[in-house]
Design a protein around this ligand. Structure first.
Ligand code: BES
Ligand code: MN
Ligand code: ZN
Length: 503
């Protein structure tokens, strides 16, 4: 898929552009956007609207061929809803409709001439990103493991955004950014969709290494021996039942000033979560191959910012292993000592995410981070609380943490990849009390997403930290089963914002 800019001026008008298709907007009140008006030379567009074949509701479409006076072979009318109040959702629906139509069109190139300044409070760059991410989402395929590939997809391969020549440079930058994010999302989706017998901890480590080569990043992979030397007793306890060797991946993108403290992303990388001795029920257990969604999303985010050569110091850390039952697996009641020295009574081996993350959160202290964000498919309870719409965002609630939380919430909103803030409070911490160790690894059935976050909080006292529980947002179940690529859009927006603030 190739994206570019078509700058419009007096000589190159929209009606004179030769192309397979031009997408223009119409509104519910039957008014035409300015680009649609410019194609309405002989009244064909207004006639089509009059016919009632398109309502103008956001996301409605009508494909016209041979429009009089228009050089393009086709005109795609796209509904954008209420003319005086185009919402983000309306524009996204229109972008989705364009993406869907383009993906099965008999043309290979097309022009998008939607009004990219129509959404109040969002700039044209937002609209361009929104369109590109929808097009790339519609084009995504995962068939590398099917012996008979589906036939090569038809549809539009080259898309140009028609923009006034004065805003061509801004638009170009928006394209570069959106394509990098889409590439990051695709990597995240691929890693998530790969089964656990392919996407092992070693596979994730190799992915990191090849990304390091491609983008000149520093990559370090620690093995079991090195983790033992670091005294990561909590992380290692999760690996006891598995024959797959654990890996601890560290990737550095040092695009900022040498003296600037890095922003650190930590991703949960359980490549398969059977529950361990506290075995999960069989139904939908295959979906626990997605339990490395946090790892996949921080790797995808790293890919995006590396491609953009973002002027920011960013370090990605991925503790990765399998959680399996066996004769050597950790047993309920076992007590382990974390790298921080705090001891943990493992009351449920299925609460393994926090056990791998806590040691990673202690490890990253050495980077003296500006902020640490961990990303994890951590609790089913988060799905109960927030469904599949928002990721759960947890931080302490002092000024520094409120500021970090607000940065992440705003980044999620801007990227259409939202999070919702949840509490961390002492009253929940009490649920983690153990009779035999410093803490238990579960806090009982009530408030499970919060007590999981409270557990992590105990390992993050030395820096500003946020936790994203993506159990409900990282993948879809049912007929549309597959990785969503979330929260790569949120995380890249967050880092791009930080880079802008620092430069
Ligand atoms: N990976 C799961 C969380 C999960 C469950 C994500 C379902 C997506 C869908 C995590 O390791 C887990 O098993 N958590 C337990 C914690 C419990 C034992 C306290 C859970 O949520 O049931
Ligand atoms: Mn589990
Ligand atoms: Zn898990």
């Amino acid at each position: 898929m190739d994206f570019s800019i078509k700058a419009l001026d007096a000589k190159s008008t929209i009606a004179s552009i030769k192309s397979g298709c031009i997408a223009v907007a119409v509104f519910e009140n039957k008014n035409l956007s300015s680009a649609a008006q410019a194609l309405n030379l002989k009244g064909d567009i207004s006639a089509a609207l009059k016919s009632g074949d398109i309502t103008g509701k956001a996301g409605s479409t009508l494909l016209l061929r041979g429009v009089n006076g228009v050089a393009a072979e086709r005109v795609l009318l796209v509904g954008l809803g209420k003319e005086d109040a185009v919402s983000e959702k309306d524009f996204s629906s229109a972008a989705q409709a364009v993406a869907r139509t383009f993906s099965s069109l008999g043309a290979s190139d097309a022009i998008v001439a939607l009004p990219i300044d129509a959404v109040a409070g969002r700039d044209p760059a937002w609209a361009i990103r929104c369109t590109i991410l929808n097009v790339r989402d519609a084009a995504y395929r995962f068939d590398s493991l099917k012996s008979k590939k589906e036939p090569a997809p038809v549809g539009v391969k080259k898309i140009a955004f028609a923009v006034a020549s004065t805003s061509a440079n801004l638009a170009k930058e928006a394209i570069t950014q959106a394509v990098a994010v889409a590439n990051g999302i695709d990597l995240t989706k691929d890693l998530g969709n790969l089964p656990a017998n392919v996407c092992t901890p070693t596979y994730l480590a190799n992915t990191a290494k090849s990304m390091g080569k491609e983008f000149k990043l520093q990559v370090e992979v620690l093995d079991r021996k090195q983790l033992q030397a670091l005294k990561m007793g909590s992380f290692l306890s999760v690996t006891n039942g598995s024959v797959e060797p654990p890996k601890f991946i560290v990737i550095k993108h040092l695009g900022g000033k040498a003296k600037d403290a890095p922003t650190v992303l930590v991703g949960k990388g359980i490549t398969f979560d059977s529950g361990g001795i506290s075995l999960k029920p069989g139904a939908a257990m295959d979906e626990m191959k997605y339990d490395m969604g946090g790892a996949a999303s921080v790797l995808g985010t790293m890919r995006a910012i590396a491609e953009l050569k973002l002027k920011l110091n960013v370090i990605v850390v991925v503790p990765t292993c399998e959680n399996m039952p066996s004769g050597s697996a950790t047993k309920p009641g076992d007590i382990v000592t974390s790298m921080s020295g705090q001891t943990i009574e493992v009351l449920n081996t299925d609460a393994e995410g926090r056990l791998v993350l806590c040691d990673a959160l202690t490890y990253v202290e050495r980077f003296k981070p500006a902020a640490v964000v961990d990303v994890a498919t951590l609790t089913g309870a988060c799905i109960t609380a927030l469904g599949h719409h928002n990721s759960g965002l947890f931080t302490r609630s002092d000024d520094a943490h409120d500021a970090l939380a607000n940065e992440l919430l705003a980044a999620g909103k801007a990227a259409g990849d939202t999070a919702w803030r949840m509490p961390i409070e002492d009253s929940y911490q009490e649920q983690l009390k153990s009779n035999f160790a410093d803490m238990a690894n579960i806090g009982g059935p009530a408030g499970g997403a919060v007590t999981a976050a409270c557990f992590l909080e105990r390992y993050t006292k030395k820096y500003t930290w946020a936790h994203l529980d993506i159990a409900g947002t990282a993948w879809k179940s049912g007929a549309a089963k597959g990785s969503t690529g979330r929260p790569v859009p949120l995380l890249t927006s967050f880092l791009i914002q930080r880079a802008q603030a620092a430069n």
